[in-house]
Design a protein around this ligand. Structure first.
Ligand code: FES
Length: 101
């Protein structure tokens, strides 16, 4: 699978998240205190952008019904979310964030 550069490491502060679109895929980039993580940006409950919600530690909360996911694993963390988010391998290369699509 191809690796793609999606952002510079200085484009997003620790504790923040932002949407990135790569080859038509709507993804969420998270900068946690132990590194960068990437998941699909689309809530598996009813297709809401998670980056419009809130991030607390490694848990993202969907703004629509309040369901949550662990952004490190994509696993649902609370109801009504039950289907995992897709996650992507991340590498930092010379102050750039790359993911494997
Ligand atoms: S759309 Fe995300 S919790 Fe319902």
């Amino acid at each position: 699978m191809p690796w793609k550069r999606i952002a510079g490491t200085d484009e997003i502060g620790v504790g923040e998240m932002k949407q990135v679109i790569v080859d038509g895929a709507e993804l969420a980039l998270y900068h946690l205190d132990d590194g960068f993580y990437v998941t699909s940006d689309i809530c598996t409950h009813r297709k809401q952008y998670l980056t419009d919600g809130s991030l607390a530690g490694h848990i993202v909360a969907c703004p629509r019904h309040g369901g949550t996911f662990d952004v490190k694993t994509g696993a649902p963390a609370s109801s009504p979310c039950v289907i995992p988010l897709q996650t992507y391998p991340v590498e930092i290369r010379q102050e750039e964030v790359w993911i494997e699509l």
